[in-house]
Design a protein around this ligand. Sequence first.
Ligand code: PSU
Ligand code: MN
Length: 321
Amino acid sequence: MTGSLADRLSIRPEVAAALAAGRPVVALESTLISHGLPYPQNVEVARASEAAVRESGATPATVAIRDGRVLVGLGDEELEALGTAAPGTVLKAARPSLSAALTRAGWSATTVSATMIAAYAAGIRVFATGGIGGVHRGALGGPGTTEPPTFDISSDLEELARTPMVVVCAGPKAILDVRATLEVLETRGVPVVAVGQEDLPGFTARSSGIRAPWNVADPAAAAGLARAHLALGLGGGIVLCVPVPADVALPDDVARQVAERAAIEADAAGVHGPALTPWLLARIAGLTDGASVRANTALIVNDARVAGLVAALLADEAGAI
Ligand code: PSU
Ligand code: MN
């Protein structure tokens, strides 16, 4: 059908060549560039993530949308254009906003859900992000809340349940109700695996304070589990959680306190919907005097590095996925 997703893809030649040859490719998302981090850290982290994927022996493919096309693989000027676009001009595209993004002029950035859709359609099976979206605090109401439930649950979780990809992150974002996020992923059949530690990584902190459902020792073991999961053909993805590098990590209690404070302030300020996550990340950057941005950038680059290793290990077993 004209206008199908396949019709809309513009796969960068370097990425297409790697895919055709069975070489490893890692998809990277672009909402963290446009909405998650301030300039110039956003462009720096986008470049550094691409370099980290290459150092691990894989080809990076940053995904974004421009003028009705889904770009799988961005050039340096395109990364810069997306990262410097005037505030408010870049649409945040997720599964529910993909058609709107594709029928408007200019740039849209892809969230985890939209990036998974595009990357999977292009034939990519490994994807790196910072922190996945999930169940926002208050989404389910519950003890201590006077407000009715908001039902603000990221479309990332539905996508993880339906699109068979390996997603490397530093855990669900600390701004979320992490326990509820884990429960939804369990219900929807998505394995959540901590790499190299028992606790679930806490995004900008080493630990979320919650034991991870599954653990593996290192990226090689993670790749083995991911290969087994995808080979089953169950239809959903697997989430590999790698802790933020120790030298820039926020102390666990600090990360939790600032996330809680920012969530209360967002509620008081009436911030809801797709604007909520960017608002919380920016507020936490302010509350931590930029320390959260240093942790966020380092964890994104580290995730890209590990995703490159995993993609290379998967590609070594040609035909295994
Ligand atoms: N990881 C980061 N920063 C971000 C995101 C991830 O370090 O900004 C983005 C991802 O694109 C993710 C989105 O899909 O936040 C979640 O947004 P929401 O909660 O509105 O679904
Ligand atoms: Mn939401």
